[in-house]
Design a protein around this ligand. Sequence first.
Ligand SMILES: C[S@@+](CC[C@H](N)C(=O)[O-])C[C@H]1O[C@@H](n2cnc3c(N)ncnc32)[C@H](O)[C@@H]1O
Length: 204
Amino acid sequence: MAKPYDPKDFYYRKAKKAGLRARSAFKIDELLKRHRLLGKGHAVLDLGAAPGGFLQILAEAVGETGVAVGVDLEPIRNLGKAWVRTGIVDLLAPDALERIRALHPGRFHLVTSDMAPKTIGIKITDEQRSLELVRMALGVASETLERGGAFVAKVFMGGEFPALKKEIGERFESVHVARPQATRESSYEVYVVGKGFRRGAGPS
Ligand SMILES: C[S@@+](CC[C@H](N)C(=O)[O-])C[C@H]1O[C@@H](n2cnc3c(N)ncnc32)[C@H](O)[C@@H]1O
C-alpha cells in the first residue's frame, strides 16, 4: 500500500546532505532555538534516541564541556564524541532509571523524549501507547531534572492530551505546544515543552 507521505521528502534529503541521522534533527533544532533550552556545558538526556538525529543536535548544543546521554530500545551508533554516552534502555522496564543513572549520575538541564510506539494504525491504541511513553518520560524527567530545567516530549494528539498537558503544568512553570516545521503534514504528533522545572512539585 502506498504511504500517505513521501518518505524521502525535503527534510529527509536535507538531513542526508547535512550528515544527520534523522530528519527529526530539524525538529529539536527548531525547538532548542525557539525556546532557548540548552547552552554549552549543560547535561541533556534524550529518551528514544536511536538512530541519533536529536542526539547529534543536542551534543552540538552542549559542546565538549557538557554531557549528552541518549538511550533507546535499539543500539545507537557511536557519535564519535567523548561527551556523548549511549545505552540500551527500555523506558517501560522497572530498571530504566537505574540504567540512566549509571550513564550519568548527575542531574540534567533538559530531558527530551521523541519516543514513539510501533504504530498499528488504530488511532486510539497508538495514542494510548504514545501517552504511556510520555508519562514514563515525564516520570524520568521528574526524577532527574535540576530545578529550572526543561522537558520536551513528542505526543500523539488525542482525547487525553488536555489531561497530560495539565500533568506537565503541575511540574513546570510554563507549558507550550509546538509543531515544528519538519513535522510531516499527515502526522498528528506535537511536541510539549515544559520550562522551569519545579523540583518537588506534583506526584512523582
Ligand atoms: C521516532 S524514533 C526516535 C528518533 C530519534 N529522536 C532521532 O532523532 O534519531 C522513536 C524511538 O523510540 C524508541 N522507543 C519506543 N519505545 C521505547 C521504549 N519503551 N524505551 C526506549 N525507547 C523506545 C524506538 O526504538 C525508536 O528508536
